[in-house]
Design a protein around this ligand. Structure first.
Ligand SMILES: Nc1nc2c(c(=O)[nH]1)N=C([C@H](O)[C@H](O)COP(=O)(O)OP(=O)(O)OP(=O)(O)O)CN2
Ligand code: ZN
Length: 152
């Protein structure tokens, strides 16, 4: 078994409602998402992905469908942030994602892990596991969620 990692990027707005400093303001980030998968190298003769744990193009496609396309250019808002939710709802067709937790990078990384882990569980079972999600909020700030962090 070994791991591979695919990096994707997306832009999103957020705020941390009770933050004591400037992060309570509406602002955005170019988030960098690193998806790490653990599996065996495919050695099936003639297979398109022979020699690979998973084709990076397929890693990208799955993550885009189930997460990145949904969060990209959206405003990620805490469900309890009623003032901002009302404001966003007043704008026709605004792309808003309502989250059950405050959109810190820690909570977003956990949510991303849960979404992607469910996708890999259904498709691949034990053959291919989501091992880690790393989410950068800025080049200097990030959160890691490892599979062992969410067990139990
Ligand atoms: N533990 C956390 N701390 C902070 C979070 C977070 O999600 N988890 N988020 C923020 C702000 O939203 C913001 O994204 C961070 O801004 P800032 O501290 O300014 O980050 P920079 O990398 O731009 O900092 P520099 O000092 O400019 O390098 C705050 N805290
Ligand atoms: Zn921020």
């Amino acid at each position: 078994m070994l791991t591979i990692t695919r990096k994707l990027e997306f832009d999103a707005g957020h705020r941390i409602p009770d933050h004591g400093s400037q992060c309570r303001n509406l602002h955005g980030h170019r988030y960098v998402l690193e998806i790490t998968l653990r599996g065996h190298i495919n050695d099936t003769p003639g297979a398109s992905d022979r020699g690979m744990v998973m084709d990076f193009a397929d890693v990208k496609a799955l993550a885009t469908t189930h997460l990145v396309a949904i969060w990209d250019h959206a405003f990620l808002v805490y469900e309890g942030d009623t003032r901002v939710r009302e404001f966003l709802a007043s704008m026709p067709d605004h792309k808003t994602v309502v989250l059950t937790r405050i959109p810190t990078v820690e909570n977003l990384a956990v949510e991303a892990f849960r979404i992607l882990a469910a996708v890999y569980d259904v498709r691949y079972g034990d053959a291919l596991r989501l091992a880690r999600v790393r989410l950068y909020e800025t080049p200097n700030c990030w959160a890691d969620v490892d599979a062992s962090d969410l067990q139990g």
